[in-house]
Design a protein around this ligand. Structure first.
Ligand code: XMP
Length: 317
């Protein structure tokens, strides 16, 4: 790992471009963009290294925020890069159907992700994948905290043997704050540089327990509301989680309502390894609560998580 005070993004970029050219050789490569800063930086380094031999793709797995694939396409269009979007939602929903255990969900997501990637790589005749894995992903997976969707070799899975491609990870020694410095140096727009982290398995791990299309629709609407209401908050992450079980409430006409429970998670952190819950003004929380209840009739309760990391993790699953 590179210490923050010794980190120079400019020389990191120069050194990584040379390293990437060596690693990739004369092969073509693909990079799966997610809209986040890690995969965007990986793609930009890849372009600098091998130009149009790098093919950027976006796997629309159905667990992204509303409108995410269009957003990514537009951002990269402006940078002169055409992103090919693959609609693979049914495959992911099918793989997670009936699964309740958090770690099992993560494993199924990872397997589906690489199976789909492997198929696309074969279709495109590509045997190299660039991936934006960062140090925190590897540390957490190795410590057995949780299976990050993008960690393979570090836990003994050989991607070449299992999926037919070599994985190259130019950011694996960096933490999030360092990746943001590189993103800025590469000229990526603020929208990407400051983008809050979003887990690889997306909203699937923000629906506790079994994923259904009904719950997915609720968490998508809730995520859009939280993003819109709290976009100006200077925090590391702010997001809703759909809890398991239902809670009684009162409907507008005074009758009994049995609805979903949403927990709000808003944390401050530098590197995701530790985090503090944010002491946000109550009036801001109340505004989010009102909007969630008013705009999503299936929701009956909104709770605020006041747990730090440790002892909790940032995500709930
Ligand atoms: P936790 O929940 O482990 O999360 O405290 C630490 C940071 O990592 C993000 N996260 C993931 N990112 N793939 C990713 O790329 C994953 O599987 C994954 N799981 C968690 C989480 O949002 C937080 O920023």
């Amino acid at each position: 790992m590179i210490a923050m005070d010794k980190f120079d993004p400019k020389s990191f970029i120069e050194e990584r471009i040379v390293w990437l050219r060596n690693e990739i050789g004369c092969e073509d490569a693909i990079v799966a963009l997610s809209g986040g800063v890690d995969s965007s930086v990986t793609a930009m380094l890849g372009f600098k290294a091998i130009g149009s031999r790098l093919k950027p793709i976006f796997l629309d797995d159905g667990f992204m925020r509303i409108g995410e694939s269009d957003r990514v396409r537009i951002i990269f269009d402006k940078l002169g890069v055409k992103v090919h979007v693959y609609d693979v939602e049914d495959e992911f929903l099918g793989a997670l159907r009936g699964v309740r255990d958090a770690e099992e969900k993560r494993k199924r997501f990872r397997e589906t992700f690489y199976r789909v990637l492997s198929r696309i790589a074969r279709e495109l005749g590509v045997r190299v994948v660039l991936q934006g894995t960062i140090a925190a992903d590897i540390v957490e997976t190795r410590r057995g905290v949780k299976t990050q969707h993008n960690v393979l070799e570090q836990i003994g899975i050989d991607p070449l043997r299992s999926y037919g491609f070599k994985v190259i990870e130019p950011l694996k020694d960096l933490y999030k704050d360092q990746v943001r410095l590189v993103a800025r140096e590469l000229g990526l727009p603020d929208e990407v540089v400051k983008r809050k982290p979003f887990p690889g398995p997306g909203l699937s791990i923000r629906i506790l327990g079994e994923v259904t299309s009904d719950k997915l629709s609720v968490i998508k609407k809730a995520t859009a509301i939280v993003d819109e209401e709290l976009s100006d908050i200077d925090c590391f992450q702010a997001f809703p989680v759909l809890l398991e079980g239902m809670a009684t409430g009162l409907s507008r006409d005074g009758g009994r309502k049995y609805g979903y429970m949403i927990a709000l998670r808003i944390v401050e952190s530098e590197d995701a390894m530790t985090a503090r819950y944010m002491k946000l003004d109550w009036s801001r929380l109340e505004k989010v609560r009102d909007k969630l209840i008013a705009e999503i009739p299936e929701v009956s309760r909104v709770l605020y998580d006041i747990t730090d990391k440790p002892p909790a993790t940032i995500e709930f699953e």
